[in-house]
Design a protein around this ligand. Structure first.
Ligand code: HEC
Length: 458
């Protein structure tokens, strides 16, 4: 089998090395779990370094060929095949289902019998490296219909769903010393607190993120992380500090909590990233009950494109901060979002992609419903909630002008004190972080937490 080198990709990966942060590993890293922390490695893309393409060829393409046979619903040949929306669940990409189906106990793939442990490790290594395009065959039809190129508009409007290849990937991670590019572990004190790590954005042109991946290091002490754009002048590259967990002037970009996975964007959609020169803040909620300091390098990897995407998505916070939960009571508290549509200037439909309910320890259930302007409601999320297991749910839905969204949190306070809104685990929150496009139509840019400008957080 021929493996084509991605020349552009290799050049951009190499270029990303020159930027301020550790460039994420390419597919050449044989084992991403051995913690090549901070040591930026960029591998040349070659067949030996990227066994995922070979695995698909040997085990899957007898059915999942370029023209699928034997009832297989899709091809598993090119990288684009893996990035496409899945046949049975278009809110997920094919590669996400590949991971599920090769390790499933029933309906496993390939149908003849499970892959060996070594083969499963190949799939895992590729996923852990951020699903790189490391040596897959190019599209056989040679249209190069990746992106929003006009050429592809002719054949059935595929430009809406064409998948962009990431140009570069970056990592931002917890670290110990107060300087840029530090790769020593952060020493987590034996207590519960928020710690904020500041990074100048590692790119020098406008980009959108296509994929995010959580890099959980010390699972024993990390409760969750949130990535913000920060505007505080004291937050300079490489510095870090204890944080109150409140963010009146910051913009939430994306987050992760146990059980969740920061989502990838569907084809045609890029996630709005802060402009070059801006500051990112990775805020980690630590909960270290081991009684002694613990090392941690948790963070995330994100992969970006500088090409135009058809749509731009951003995170908006729905819910309410008006929380007062009396002792020994179960209460439901709601907030309703009246989408701003940029003050009425832009009346396009709003597409919601994902919902991430976030509450604390007394939270037990969350619903978000769309109240249709013509009457009736539609459920976006209706899920039990557990502090230790928080999820991102694909919640594809379209909001029309005039619709509103009501988020309702159920709290069960079994203590003998009032519980109020606040950043600590023993305080409460009622947030549904939704990713939607076009960006900024739900609430004003990013929907800053606690900002009076967030029309969705009332
Ligand atoms: C003998 C033929 C055959 C082989 C070999 C095979 N598959 Fe499949 N695959 C199918 C068929 C038929 C379906 C549809 C029925 C189903 O979902 O079980 C399918 C479905 C799938 C789906 C679900 C797609 C969706 O949209 O729900 C995934 C993912 C998948 N295969 C991955 C793989 C991978 C990865 C391999 C190789 C490791 C593989 N398959 C090997 C026949 C095959």
């Amino acid at each position: 089998m021929e493996f084509s080198r991605s020349r552009l990709g290799a050049a951009l990966w190499a270029a990303s090395l020159l930027l301020g942060l550790a460039a994420a590993e390419g597919c050449g890293s044989s084992d991403s779990s051995t913690g090549s922390d901070g040591g930026a490695t960029v591998a040349e893309t070659d067949a030996a370094a990227c066994p995922m393409a070979a695995l698909l060829e040997q085990n899957c393409q007898s059915c999942h060929a370029a023209k699928p046979v034997a009832g297989a619903p899709m091809a598993l040949v090119t990288w684009n095949d893996l990035m496409a929306p899945a046949h049975s669940d278009p809110s997920r990409r094919v590669y996400e289902l590949v991971k599920l189906r090769v390790s499933a106990t029933t309906k496993f793939m390939p149908p003849v019998g499970h892959l060996s442990a070594a083969q499963l490790a190949v799939v895992d290594a590729w996923m852990n490296a951020g699903e790189p395009n490391c040596g897959f065959p190019d599209k056989s039809d040679g249209t190069g219909s990746v992106g929003t190129g006009a050429a592809s508009d002719a054949d059935g409007g595929v430009s809406d769903t064409a998948v962009l290849e990431p140009e570069a990937c970056y990592e931002v991670r917890a670290h110990g010393e107060q300087k840029p590019n530090d790769s020593t572990p952060f020493s987590v004190a034996a207590e519960q607190y928020y710690h904020a790590f500041n990074f100048k954005v590692p790119y020098d042109k406008d980009v959108k993120a296509l994929t995010f991946k959580s890099l959980l290091d010390n699972a024993q002490v990390v409760h969750h992380w949130l990535l913000y754009q920060t505007n505080a002048s004291t937050d300079t590259d490489g510095t870090h500090q204890n944080s109150t967990g409140t963010h009146s002037n910051d913009t939430l970009l994306i987050g992760w909590a146990p059980g969740g996975a920061p989502p990838s964007m569907p084809p045609g959609v890029g996630f709005q990233m802060p402009k070059p020169g801006s500051m990112l803040q990775l805020e980690i909620h630590y909960f270290n009950s081991t009684g002694k300091p613990q090392p941690d390098r948790t963070g995330l990897r994100f992969c970006v494109t500088s090409k135009p995407t058809k749509y731009t998505a951003a995170t908006t916070t729905l819910g309410t901060e008006l929380l007062l939960i009396p002792p020994a009571q179960s209460v439901k508290l709601s907030g309703t979002c009246h989408p701003s549509y940029l003050g009425g200037k832009d009346k396009r439909d709003i597409h919601i992609l994902y919902s991430s309910p976030h509450m604390h320890k007394t939270g037990t259930h969350m619903t978000t419903v769309i109240n249709r302007v013509g009457g009736g409601t539609e459920t976006l999320v209706d899920q039990p909630f557990a502090f230790r297991e928080q999820h991102d749910y694909p919640t594809p839905a379209i909001v029309h002008p005039g619709d509103t969204l009501t988020t309702t949190c159920t709290f069960e306070n079994t203590s003998s004190s009032y519980v109020t809104y606040g950043p600590l685990t023993n305080n409460e929150m009622c947030y549904n972080f939704v990713i939607a496009y076009p960006a900024d139509l739900l609430a004003n840019p990013g929907g800053s937490l606690q900002g009076s400008d967030n029309t969705c957080l009332k």
